[in-house]
Design a protein around this ligand. Structure first.
Ligand SMILES: N[C@@H](CCC(=O)N[C@@H](CS)C(=O)NCC(=O)O)C(=O)O
Length: 205
């Protein structure tokens, strides 16, 4: 392990991002981080993590669902169709079918359940930390080819509108934190195009 990895392991022994250090506190897991920031900093507007216990419970309900369904689907599709092939890791067609099914089911639940009563999750008129987490999860689908991204997302018009509304609610920070994602999108799309050209040439030989 390199020195910087050892240092990072002190903050997050899982060696994943995100993680924060705030004074004495070292914290990882995105949901826990946002709950902490909303509670620790009084300047955070109340709608992000309301003090009402019922509203909080509803937020946690979405967050727990997120890790079991939307994240499994979105991260599974991005990993198996893009990151694995670009890293020389074998991906299996059956796994790709399975993760896409999980993703499509999750997007359908978002569209028809979580977003059925209002512009934001749980029928809220303003976003909470759950909107932030789930909209960012959907954003990673921008890494796919334009064709795959549109095929997967375009049927979910409420989901697309809600991502835009969440983006607007925290403008300009949403775009700022996604700059890196769009830089990666450009690089990945070029690499995938080169890879597919090479495969075509090979298949003709
Ligand atoms: N449950 C964690 C998931 C964290 C996670 O999967 N992070 C990814 C990036 S989005 C990562 O660090 N992947 C690198 C790895 O697992 O080695 C959370 O919500 O914070």
């Amino acid at each position: 392990m390199s020195f910087s990895v050892l240092i990072y392991a002190e903050i997050n022994p899982m060696l994943q991002i995100p993680a924060i250090v705030d004074g004495e506190l070292k914290l990882f897991e995105s949901h826990a981080i946002l709950v902490y920031l909303a509670c620790a900093y009084p300047q955070v507007a109340g709608h992000w993590y309301p003090s009402d216990v019922h509203k909080r419970a509803k937020i946690h309900s979405v967050l727990d669902w997120h890790h079991s369904f939307l994240r499994r689907g979105a991260a599974g599709v991005v990993f198996n169709t893009l990151l694995a092939p670009l890293s020389g890791i074998r991906s299996y067609p059956q796994v790709i079918i399975q993760v896409e099914e999980i993703l499509l089911r999750a997007l359908s639940k978002l569209e028809h359940s979580w977003l059925k009563d209002g512009p934001f999750l749980n029928g809220n008129s303003q976003p909470s930390i759950a909107d932030l987490i789930l909209a960012c999860e959907v954003m990673q689908l921008e890494l796919l080819s334009e064709k795959d991204r549109d095929r997967i997302l375009s049927p979910y018009v409420k989901v697309l509108q809600w991502v835009e509304d969440t983006k607007r609610a925290i403008s300009p920070y949403f775009d700022e934190v996604h700059e890196l994602l769009f830089e990666s999108q450009k690089r990945f799309r070029e690499q995938m195009a080169t890879k597919s050209m090479k495969n075509q040439v090979k298949s003709k030989m």
